[in-house]
Write a new protein. Structure first.
Ligand code: ADP
Ligand code: ZN
Ligand code: ZN
Length: 749
């Protein structure tokens, strides 16, 4: 061991609260390049580590051998093993370094989110055994598949060529619309800016994605592409389509999936395949943005506005924003697609305006906007009808929630063999049980929330802590037998519509009603089966939560109804209107997707506020007008994207303790004697700390939660302040708190 003289810096993929230093030193017999995966001892354990250098200013030179040779190395523990896997690239390490600094995390925490769990768990022996097996399997399948020497890259084998001609035939069945052709020409232009593909629902964005992926992969035999989607199990169709098309052209195994629903073994296999360059296309959810892809040339973020791209725990990164950053490092193209872009993205893609306008004007035009306004075959957008619920007699409402005119419209669809979709964002039968004699409500004992009444299995369920209890026969407080429900959920909506249709259509030819929500979809393959039955036409009326409004290419839906969209109109969160608009517009987008039925396609909104501007913009399918009004409002109030936010959250046994921690953290900032950065007017003049308050959901599973907003008109000032704050916060010892975490660019406040 006397020649283990090389000092190797290593980060460990561990959570932030593990209280280890960010970078640890070990010794080894030779220098190791940045990004090498190693196993290192830590106490009694052996852990996975990543060879690292100071995150600031990683350069290509860091790839070269580390030449630090120190006599002090002898005091260090030796590296236990070097994994037989190619080192991660410099570009990938830069992505980790950037994400860690932007989201105020240790590099190791980002690395942990990026690497498949099994890579951490297998020891060096198990890992090498697995790699050897994998290697043999690959050699065998290559030998089986390709006896002829591949001269012009692996895709020139006879098999691949045969596939390709099949493919050309298959592809020629879909003739691109002239708009799709124009858009693809735009995407092919050499312009390194991120692209916003602003395409109407049903405009054929998926086909554009496919063609763009095909073009990029064909342009270079090593090129890789990454396609991100919000939730993969919601769109099994999409997965199948990408797999069929890309594998037909680029060979079996050229497409891999990456999402949290896969088994650890599957995730490791996908990761290795992408890392080795074997996989040409990775299709995944937000975590896939951190995948190792050494030849990344194209990234597509489908439905870029979707909140699921922002991780809600751990490092709390935004996969969309990291994709934009990553494109810069890798020299890859990035396409953000949506019919209802996030306000931030829309702002970034705004056509440059005259300098007198908008504070944000300097930034406008950072993204290139490419429009796809027309539906395939020029199918019409559904007609949006506002049903004024103020004019409805309460007694006439079916099951208390469906207006008679809406029922009639549904019945017409059934007679014509078309489908309807009823959308209500509340699962269960009723959100709360209550006693008419006293004040009792079915509150969850552990959360600041009601337990929801589920009638099908007669249970009360808390949707926050998952507590399940039986339905009481009488009021637990006063013994009253008359306890009733308040409000309506999808179970009740389903029940009402089934009863009404049975009554009206009568006996034998009753309508087929299907409910899809998190409850109905529980169990492996259930959701896929349910969606398939809708596609197959085995369903007349689909009742569901927002699960059914996203992305699906339902062909025979001609009526979409939002049963109670008002509840989100006056929510406190400044992003609530944006979310509601996009939800309703996406829901509307499920109607009339086939030109054969698009003329009778309608979206109905049952509302008490029929003159609300949000609904008016929806009626005109006018996202730009809506976005503009939102931008004006936010500019007036100095809200994002005109300011930058971070949220400090704290969890503790009591609300007082949680808030005390935050107050303490704030006091620390304001005492210039302790917190030097605050003396810098470039920071203190631009950053505001708001008072600590309870979180909107104050208590979950008996944990009290509080938050404190930190806001700045300058992103740089905010970043500097947060970075300087971190070391102090880590030192801060306040009794009786469970944990704290910083959320940069929070999605809800
Ligand atoms: P979006 O994602 O923009 O809402 P999709 O990509 O789901 O729209 O496309 C809508 C429908 O149009 C799909 O059924 C798709 O197969 C079909 N489609 C797309 N492009 C074409 C085309 N060029 N010719 C015929 N049908 C097409
Ligand atoms: Zn009572
Ligand atoms: Zn609860």
């Amino acid at each position: 061991v006397t020649d283990s003289r090389f000092v190797i810096q290593v980060v460990l993929p561990t959570p932030a609260h593990s209280r280890l230093p960010e970078v640890l030193s070990y010794r080894h017999t030779q220098a190791l390049p940045l990004g090498t995966l190693v196993r290192v001892p830590l106490g009694a354990r052996e852990l996975l580590g990543l060879v690292w250098r100071a995150p600031a200013g990683i350069t290509a030179a860091d790839c070269d051998a580390d030449s630090d040779v120190a006599s002090a190395a002898l005091d260090l523990k030796p590296i236990a093993a070097v994994l037989d896997v190619a080192p991660l690239t410099v570009a990938w390490c830069k992505l980790m370094a950037f994400a860690a600094s932007y989201y105020q995390r240790y590099v190791g925490e980002l690395v942990m989110a990026a690497l498949p769990p099994q890579l951490r768990e297998l020891d060096a022996v198990q890992m090498n055994r697995m790699l050897t097996k994998r290697h043999k399997k690959r050699q065998k399948s290559e030998a089986d598949a390709a006896p002829a020497p591949a001269t012009a890259g692996s895709d020139a084998t006879p098999r691949a060529l045969a596939h390709r001609s099949e493919q050309t035939q298959a592809a020629s069945l879909v003739r691109l619309s002239s708009e799709q052709t124009l858009v693809l020409a735009e995407l092919a232009k050499p312009d390194s800016r991120p692209i916003l593909l602003f395409g109407a629902t049903g405009s054929g964005k998926t086909e554009v994605y496919l063609r763009r992926v095909e073009a990029v992969l064909a342009s270079n035999s090593a090129a890789q592409a990454l396609v991100l989607v919000p939730e993969i199990n919601l769109t099994p169709q999409l997965e199948a389509r990408f797999q069929a098309r890309i594998e037909a052209q680029f060979g079996a195994g050229s497409v891999v999936l990456m999402h949290s629903g896969m088994t650890p073994a599957q995730r490791l296999a996908s990761w290795l395949s992408a890392h080795s360059g074997e996989a040409r296309l990775v299709l995944g959810t937000r975590l896939a943005v951190l995948a190792s892809m050494p030849h990344l040339a194209l990234m597509i973020v489908d439905e870029e506005h979707d909140p699921s791209y922002k991780s809600q725990d751990g490092s709390r990164y935004s996969a969309r924003d990291l994709a934009v950053y990553r494109a810069g490092v890798d020299g890859a193209q990035v396409i953000l697609g949506s019919a209802t872009p996030s306000i931030e993205t829309w702002h970034n893609a705004a056509v440059p305006v005259s300098s007198a306008e908008a504070i944000g004007a300097a930034k406008s035009g950072r993204y290139r906007r490419v429009d796809m306004p027309t539906r395939i075959s020029s199918a019409a957008m559904p007609k949006v009808r506002l049903l004024d619920m103020r004019l409805q007699k309460k007694a006439s409402l079916l099951g208390g929630s469906i207006a008679p005119a809406l029922l009639e419209a549904i019945e017409q669809r059934i007679v014509r063999g078309e489908q309807s979709l009823l959308f209500l964002n509340r699962r269960g039968y009723a959100p709360v049980l209550h006693c008419s004699a006293c004040e009792w409500k079915s509150d969850c004992p552990h959360c600041s929330a009601h337990q929801v009444f589920h009638k099908l299995d007669r249970r009360l369920r808390c949707h926050h802590c998952s507590l399940v209890s039986p339905v009481p026969r009488q009021c637990p407080l006063c013994g009253n037998l008359d306890i009733g429900t308040q409000g309506r959920g999808t179970e009740q909506l389903e029940e009402s519509i089934v009863q009404a249709l049975e009554r009206n259509l009568g006996g034998a030819n009753t309508a087929r009603v299907l409910r899809i929500d998190a409850d109905s979809a529980k169990g492996k393959g259930r959701l896929e089966a349910q969606l398939a039955s809708v596609h197959a036409g085995d369903v007349d009326v689909l009742v569901g939560t927002q699960m059914v409004t996203k992305g699906h290419d339902f062909r025979r839906i001609t009526l979409v109804a939002a049963i109670n969209p008002d509840s989100a109109l006056f929510a406190a969160d400044f992003r609530a209107p944006e979310r509601l608009f996009s939800l309703l517009m996406q829901a509307a987008g499920r109607a009339g997707r086939d030109v054969a039925v698009s003329a009778q396609a309608e979206m109905w909104l049952q509302t008490h506020h029929p003159t609300h501007p949000l609904f008016k913009a929806l009626q005109n399918h006018d996202y730009p007008a809506f976005a503009q009004s939102q931008l004006a409002e936010r500019q007036g109030a100095m809200m994002p994207p005109f300011s930058y936010q971070a949220l400090m959250r704290c969890e503790a046994k009591t609300q007082e303790a949680a808030q005390a921690f935050l107050d303490h953290a704030a006091a620390l900032v304001h005492s210039e004697a302790v917190f030097e950065p605050w003396r810098d007017p470039q920071i203190s003049g631009f950053v505001t700390l708001y008072p600590a308050v309870p979180m909107p959901m104050q208590r979950v599973a008996n944990i009290e939660r509080a938050q404190m907003l930190v806001e700045s008109a300058s992103r740089a000032a905010l970043q500097k302040m947060l970075a300087a704050w971190q070391p102090y916060l880590r030192e801060l010892k306040v009794a009786s708190i469970y944990r704290w975490a910083l959320d940069v660019d929070p999605l809800s406040i």
